[in-house]
Design a protein around this ligand. Sequence first.
Ligand code: TPP
Length: 946
Amino acid sequence: MANGVDKASFLSGASGAFIENLHARFKENPQAVDFGWQQFFAELGDEAEAVEAEARGPSWGRQGLFALEDGELPARAAATGLEGRAATLDSIRAIMMVRVYRVRGHLIADLDPLGLEAREYHPELDYRNYGFTEADLDRPIFIDYVLGLETATLREIVEILRRTYCGTVGYEFMHIQDPDQKSWIQMRIENQEYQANFTSEGKHKILRQMTVAEGFERFLHLKYPGTKRFGLDGSESLIPALEAIIRRGSQLGVVDIELGMPHRGRLNVLASIMHKSYTAMFSEFEGVPANPDDVQGSGDVKYHLGTSSDRESDGAPVHLSLSPNPSHLEAVDPVVLGKTRAKQGQLADDERRQVMSVLMHGDAAFAGQGLVAECFGLSQLHGYRTGGTIHIIVNNQIGFTTAPQYSRSSPYPSDVAKMVQAPILHVNGDDPESVVHVARIATEFRQEFGEDVVIDMFCYRRHGHNEGDEPAFTQPIMYRKIAQHPSSRQIYARRLAEEGSIPEAQSEAMVKEYHDHLQQEFDAAKSYKPNKADWLEGRWTGFTAAHGEIRRGRTDVGKNALATVGKALTQVPEDFNLHRTVRRLLKTKRENLESGSGIDWSTGEALAFGNLLMEGVPVRLSGQDSGRGTFSQRHAVLTDQTNEQKYVPLNHIAPRQAKFEVIDSMLSEAAVLGFEYGYTLAEPQALVLWEAQFGDFANGAQVIIDQFLASGETKWLRMSGLVMLLPHGQEGQGPEHSSARLERYLQICAEDNMQVANCTTPASYFHILRRQIHRDFRKPLILMTPKSLLRHRQAVSPLSDFGLGSSFHRVLWDGSPDLKADAKIRRVVLCSGKVYYDLYAEREARGIDNVYIFRLEQLYPFPDKALTEELARFPKASVVWCQEEPQNMGAWNFVDRRIEAVLAGIKHAAGRPIYAGRPEMSAPAPGTIKLHNQQQQSLVDAALVI
Ligand SMILES: Cc1ncc(C[n+]2csc(CCOP(=O)(O)OP(=O)(O)O)c2C)c(N)n1
């Protein structure tokens, strides 16, 4: 600040005492002043003493100011010359200090229940830093209603600031650029009307909640010592915080809260907030599975399970849903957001005030997991916004054994939330009233502004990471402190007794009463049997677990419906100024639809979407650049070339159609895929698709694929009909634009968990998409999608393949009319995806007529029945599996033994398939087109040459 300062003019101002004081501090310790001032004084060198004297100014000036009586200041300040200027400066300096308290007060707030770090002093929060001295403490200063007062003594100002900004709540909100939001928060903090004043009934409620939270953990500790429960011990105030959010939310119109949380305190939340029965929970501790025996699935550990509950808050119904989650910290966040968005759609909650997400986090995970930032990134985007999430960080100041200084580079775990300028409310977990207070502010903020807000609850973890873990191996000092530290409930109960609100005997009776209740439930748990699994309810009523072999569903569509959609696809409003290439594309599309031939991939897709929309099924497609399509193929959103207005043909088919949403997503894979997966959990009646830019990038979302899509149904009895569109194929584009890693998906296929397909025709694609909806169960569909085939002359379908009587086929026959009779076929080539067209072209070029090519349109569930029938036609032919992927990738390792089993089943002479494909490779594709072409040529050669 002092850099470049004109010394003369500066010193002639009335900032003398300020500079004097600063210089004195500089002399004592140069580091104690701002860097700019350090430079300033250093530059002055010997002159400094003289400057100080000059800065002190004429003695009469200061005396005059000190001589003021209370209340005289403003008038005198205005009326006088130098005195007025000095008084004004006092005001400015005091107001500067107020401002700095707003910015930095949290740095010395009493946040840590353990008091591990000395946080009492911060130089910028010292009044001396503003040119005041002790002698000024009782001098009145005109502060012009800042802090609600016209005039106050310095002592009063400091007291108010300390109380407001450095108590058991530390506020971070000055980074917010929106003036309305900032002043709203400031008002909630500074205005006396909004302070946390609890009635005796309110205090009683909080104590009761703390008693339940603590009592539950203690009871489990007693009955199941050393069993993992990831207890809430040390962070019990989470429970009153959640209760406050539910109550205040309900008062402000919330009817549904979607919750997500990690392991810590989950059982407590299940019991205390979700009201899961104690008997059910105790019986799970005894090892009884959570679901009845007749329900399939491998289940999950108890601290991952979710549940939903219908509660009442002051007579108003509130639905709560806690999502099940994997161990992977923060992975559930986008899933919860997607669920919230879907539910908002169902309630037509366009304002997003009725359905709200609440996400709980550990401090280490919040700071460390990139998904948190990705979710903040989604929070205000048009396709993904959910009206603001309340985040609660259960900041127990440790992550497993890792101390905060090793877990993050930022001062607080919450700093990542500043990327969206969320207000951050740090609070001491040992002060449950403050916790409830900030929970209310957070809820009100969310309802008022529809944006994210963070509660960072400082607390501690009484035991090890889990209850069998010894924390003193790594944090002996912290744990010595914790051992001596009374529980949050004890501290609160003592405080209430001291202030005369609730006598000690009463709070002790509360503890005993709750313990006795748990004991009764514990006794009842011995005979408890789960009788009903909580799935296929609500929106899922009428669905059933997948069964049987025939699963085509009715996917065909009548001529008229096809024509109606086709017309809408190729029409734009008269005055809409299309790009000429797009105009040409639409023209060709129209001609093809009219002639009933040459339907390409994107038209097949649009026909699938459009007909679903006409049937009342919403379609939601999100992915990077999905509106236009990565390969300029989709053009689902048309752009007027003069004014950039958008037109979405699929939303103009018929007046009563469902809505088509196509969203160009944020450049994230994990959060967006997680979001869409969450959407499907809440909305089985919509077709939801996520599209990777190239299939290669989907591995950025591997956690969502492994932990949710592949295993969600077996672990948690949660079905999903999500479609993943993954552009895939060897086309010489190098290692990162060639492979969707088909092998990865096939490797995690088991127990009928999902479907993996690689379609070769637009009609096949059309039917497989529609099949997602026209069945009474849901399974994720992993679909390899084409790139060059989007424009391949042969990769087209006649309109009749979409019409009545048509359906999806897991195995497609050879398309050539020029082949020899079955008995003369010497080789059968099995393949999947784009390589079919390479094989076909080469076979034609070479005039080969005794090689038959089958396409496996679906790889899982494996079409063994269809293959059995088809391969039996060629009992003497050799059988080849041809793929363009390297041998250690693609479908080979998956189909190899399955084809062998089919061959064995029909006693086929071939015995087992021969491999024709790329050799094993570490990167999925070569980097040069030359090598690509060589490899492609030789694999096609190997497949065709007998
Ligand atoms: C993605 C991921 N990586 C690692 C782990 C292993 N792990 C489980 S809990 C934990 C520490 C979490 O610390 P924090 O987020 O502060 O929560 P706390 O357990 O302290 O409540 C770790 C590293 C995990 N579950 N998920």
